[in-house]
Design a protein around this ligand. Structure first.
Ligand SMILES: [Zn+2]
Ligand SMILES: [Zn+2]
Length: 278
């Protein structure tokens, strides 16, 4: 079983008072130390103390920031793309900004415009990044999303698997074993795909109607820009590789299929940084 460190990451002191464990890595922290270093703003202090010891858990400042997973070169290439697409760092993005950006990136990579279906996926991703339906997405959520997208694009799957921590592997293993009810080492492909939604453990705000719940599968909500009017996004079957067949999935396959989503679920933010296909 993955063990937590015994001393606080910041002051390196052991004390009997309770330490807050990170849900991703083995680091533990004093809340006083987090506050002293400026990692806790006034109201997030309460959030940490409330969630760190719950099922939801809390990610420390290393694990909360997906951007830190990028190498310097990858970061440079991301910043170049943002500059080309006239995205101003540290600002919020509206749906139009986001779609415009996605169009440009797509054109750059594939030298043809985005298909209607891809645009719908992008719009769904936007609403997943805007759980409170403010009509814009925060810069750090956008950056986390783009970071995980870039990792998916640039790194081989084995390299992504190496990013998983002992805790993440343990949780994935438990999820796989729970799905493998007859213990033959295989689960259905559908179950494997549905699991991609299950990694996101988000802190529930007091306004339950607009937060994305962990178990939420399918179109984001009535008010999301693409699902309004018709059930279009649900009728559309995903592209060929996503089609469900009865192909059994073993443990390594399960981990490969889910690794990007497990990583994307690290940040504490209520946003969903990588929306799994419905
Ligand atoms: Zn400390
Ligand atoms: Zn951590």
């Amino acid at each position: 079983q993955a063990l937590n460190d015994e001393i606080c990451e910041i002051c390196e002191v052991w004390t009997a008072e309770s330490l807050f464990p990170c849900r991703v890595c083995s680091r533990v922290y004093h809340d006083g130390c987090l506050r002293r270093m400026g990692y806790l703003q006034n109201d997030s202090a309460v959030e940490v103390t409330e969630t760190a010891h719950t099922e939801t858990g809390w990610s420390c400042y290393y694990c909360d920031n997906l951007n830190l997973l990028l190498t310097e070169e990858e970061m440079y290439s991301l910043m170049e793309t943002l500059k080309l697409c006239k995205i101003i760092p540290e600002t919020c993005l509206t749906l139009d900004d986001f779609l415009h950006y996605k169009h440009l990136v797509h054109k750059q990579q594939f030298e043809r415009p985005m298909a209607e279906e891809q645009e719908e996926r992008a719009a769904l991703q936007f609403s997943a990044l805007d759980p409170d339906k403010k009509g814009h997405i925060e810069w750090h959520d956008f950056l986390s999303h783009e970071s995980i997208q870039l990792l998916q694009k640039l790194r081989p799957q084995n390299a992504l698997l190496r990013l998983l921590t002992a805790k993440e592997r343990e949780r994935a293993r438990a999820a796989f074993l729970a799905l493998d009810q007859d213990s033959d080492g295989f689960i259905g492909e559908g179950e494997c795909h549905r699991a991609r939604h299950a990694w996101f453990r988000k802190h529930q705000k007091e306004t339950p109607s607009c937060s994305v719940s962990i178990s939420h599968v399918g179109p984001m909500s009535e008010s999301s820009p693409v699902s309004s009017g018709s059930g279009k996004s649900q009728e559309k079957t995903p592209p060929a590789p996503e089609r469900e067949e009865a192909r059994p999935v073993d443990w390594p396959g399960f981990l490969r299929e889910n690794v990007a989503y497990i990583l994307a679920a690290r940040p504490n933010s209520a946003a969903l940084h990588l929306q799994p296909p419905a």
